[in-house]
Design a protein around this ligand. Sequence first.
Ligand code: 5GP
Length: 119
Amino acid sequence: MAYDQNNIFAKILRGEIPCNKIYEDDYVLAFHDIAPKAKVHILVIPKGEYTDIVDFGVNGSADELKGFYSAVAKIAAEQGLTQDGFRSIANTGSFGGQEVPHYHIHLLGGERIGPMTSL
Ligand code: 5GP
């Protein structure tokens, strides 16, 4: 799938749409989900143009992958998610329920998260 420059997260990265920012560095931007599904619901996105986890894993550079997942770990710790645990989700494609075609990880926590899937 070709990357859509007009997806909502691309617009957030360009500053065209506001977000409730939590963290930013050279590789990632993290912000609160606009429709939280848990007490804490954070989205972490790479700054590079990757459609999903497969695109990122195959085409992301070693620095980008390291930068992204290091930031995920740092954000989880800073937001107080690591002590009691949390769930990370990367919805992928139509069967995975992905709505925004820019790779992102959901971090859900602050309370016990329910069943892993609902089909
Ligand atoms: P997906 O289904 O693609 O894995 O998740 C996309 C997520 O982006 C959803 O949880 C949705 O609530 C969130 N979202 C969609 N539009 C916006 C927006 O404009 N701002 C923020 N902060 N989150 C958004």
